[in-house]
Structures are given as C-alpha cells and as structure tokens.
Design a protein. Structure first.
Length: 278
C-alpha cells in the first residue's frame, strides 16, 4: 500500500467523503495473504460515485476499490485447504494453452454447452452454438419501453443498498477474486473436464473481458460480482459470442435477466455487467 499508514488513510477518506468524514465508520484487517483490507461504511453515500473517485486515485494509492455489502471484519474467507484448492486449476486444460484467458473461457463454454441438453437450443457451431442464429434471436428481443441500465439494476436487485467501500492493494481488478476469495460459485456445474469455477478461472475471465471490453470490478460479494464496462461490444456477432460467455460463466442470469438472447440484448451492450451464483 502506498498511502502512508493512518495519515494516508485519513487523507483518502477525506478525499472521498469530504465534510461527512466524521460520520464514516472505518475497519481494517490483514487478509490471509498479509494484505491490508480496509473499508469505509456510510449509509448516506453514493457508493458508485465514491467508487469512481477511489478508482481515479488508484495510480496514487495502489488500492483497488470495491463496493460490497460486506465490510473487512465480516468478510468470508475459505479455510486454508479450501483456498489452495479454489486457487488451483483443477480441469483438463491445466498447464496448456487452455490456461490463457481466452482458453479458459473456451473451456467454460465447452463444459456448459456440451453438457445437459437443457442448457440451450443453439448447438451447431461455436461450442455447439450458431452465432448468426443467436444474433438474430437477440435482435428479436423487444427493447424495453423504459430500458434500465445495469447500474440501476445493481442498486435495486440486491437485498438492501450496499454500505461499504473497501480497498485492497492490487494492480488490476482481475486479481481480486484470488486476493479476496470471492465470489464463491458452489452451484456452477460444468463437466468432468471442467467441474467447477476456480478463483483462477474468475481471474482469467475478468482479464480477458478487461482487455477486450474495458471491464473492471466495481462490486464484489461472497456470491456476486459487478463489472463496469467502458467498451461493451456492439457488433452483433461479438454480442452473441459474449452472451454465450456470460451464460457459460453464470447461468443464474436467467433468474432475473432471462434466457441467453435476453442476456445478449439487455446485459452485454450495457455499461455494467452483473453476475451472481446462488
């Protein structure tokens, strides 16, 4: 951390909260890796605005900000044995070309879409899915009369408004799942060659989406992940391919957004992407 101990933290909190600094609760812990995780809690703050401020200071502080419902003192950590397993690569692509970020995504797609027949009706080209067919189905999805951005869905879709802005030393946001043991995805079921989502898988997916679309983590919880996206895809075939990636990464999207065509219409082109596993 490059913010100069307690004095630096107080300076940062004043930069973020201004005159309401005295009303802000502060917590900090050392993570199992020995990193300082600090958090500011305020039920009056606009956390999305605060996140943007803290993100703009990242080059100065070295701290990556996340919004969360959980503060440092209540953060959920895996037992050490579980942490080692969740960080490990436990599928057939281990050590080979499949460990590139794009290779990991391809492995997720193959695991999900070549699994149970109930997953999809698109099974001819890309991992069993025809991109042109899917792009046409995405185009057919009606545009809502009053479309809501993922930002609004984020604020309304969880149980109560989050109150924590947490910060941890990290150069890139795709490192956060490994640093923070989150999100956990116990209900993700792939195939015998890729049976579970590991923390390393999360990091690879997020790295690929960052490089291609400018995606960065802004929300992280025990089973939820939120990304802000500066360059969401617009080409219909890339939108269709990215919808497949979203669905393969998190097929719980059907609980709120809908089927894969609706994911392609409502989430992929948006400036915020949300994922949850429950």
């Amino acid at each position: 951390m490059r913010i100069g101990g307690e004095a630096g933290l107080e300076k940062l909190s004043r930069q973020l909260f201004g005159s309401s600094f005295g009303e802000v609760q502060f917590e900090e812990i050392l993570t199992p890796d020995g990193l300082l995780l600090c958090g500011f809690r305020s039920d009056r703050a606009d956390l999305l605005e605060l996140w943007s401020k803290a993100r703009s200071l990242h080059s100065e502080t070295g701290l990556w900000p996340i919004i969360s419902h959980d503060g440092p003192q209540t953060w959920e950590w895996f037992p050490e044995e579980t942490r080692r397993a969740r960080r490990a690569v436990d599928h057939a692509e281990a050590g080979g070309a499949g460990r590139t970020p794009e290779g990991v995504i391809a492995g997720l797609v193959e695991a999900v879409w070549k699994g149970e027949e109930g997953c999809s009706g698109y099974r001819t080209a890309f991992g069993g899915i025809d991109l042109a067919e899917l792009a046409a189905k995405i185009e057919e999805v009606p545009t809502p009369a009053d479309p809501r951005s993922e930002k609004i869905r984020f604020m309304a879709g969880f149980m109560g408004k989050p109150e924590w802005l947490c910060l941890i030393p990290a150069e890139n946001s795709w490192e956060l799942p490994v640093l923070l043991d989150a999100p956990d995805t116990p209900n993700w079921l792939g195939s015998s060659t890729h049976p579970s989502l590991t923390l390393a898988d999360h990091a690879s997916v997020l790295e690929s989406w960052h490089r291609r679309f400018g995606a960065e983590v802004f929300y992280l919880g025990s089973t939820e992940l939120g990304l802000t996206v500066t360059r969401p895809p617009t080409d219909p075939l890339i939108v269709a391919e990215t919808a497949i990636e979203h669905w393969s990464f998190c097929y719980d999207l059907d609980q709120i957004i809908g089927d894969i065509a609706k994911v392609g219409k409502l989430q992929v082109p948006a400036d915020h992407w949300l994922f949850w596993w429950d």
